[in-house]
Design a protein around this ligand. Structure first.
Ligand code: AMP
Ligand code: ZN
Length: 112
């Protein structure tokens, strides 16, 4: 499968890793939108939030269990934002489920 995030997880494409466990991989976004911009992905390929079901929701739980740990290690003591873009109208460009962790500054109130 030609999935850039699967290749990053396998180490075939370099990334700046910030966290990893058996189910979750997190790395710095190549085009950061905030002082801290980390992408958190399941190690198993899931196309988007629209493909989350009982069979794979353990991966989502593992990601959300990792988020406070990553936020702490990134120094996000004053809050942060988690975003997942889904499908065409959600402007999802990489078709491997990922959560953006954004912080390190006061974020815009314009979207959510
Ligand atoms: P989305 O638009 O929600 O699908 O987000 C995809 C994100 O992946 C964008 O913020 C990109 O900057 C980021 N991205 C794409 N390729 C890479 C890469 N090789 N390493 C790190 N981040 C990437
Ligand atoms: Zn993938």
């Amino acid at each position: 499968m030609d999935c850039i995030f699967c290749k990053i997880i396998k180490g075939e494409i370099p990334s700046a890793r910030v966290f990893e466990n058996d189910k979750v991989y997190a790395f710095r976004d190549i085009n950061p939108q905030a002082p801290v911009h980390v992408l958190i992905v399941p190690k198993t390929h899931v196309p988007s939030a629209d493909a989350i079901a009982a069979r794979n929701s353990d991966l989502v739980a593992a990601i959300f269990e990792a988020i406070p740990e990553i936020a702490k290690s990134e120094g996000l003591t004053n809050g942060y934002r988690i975003i997942t873009n889904c499908g065409e109208d959600g402007c999802q460009t990489v078709k491997h489920l990922h959560f953006h962790l954004l912080g390190g500054k006061r974020l815009s109130e314009e979207m959510v």
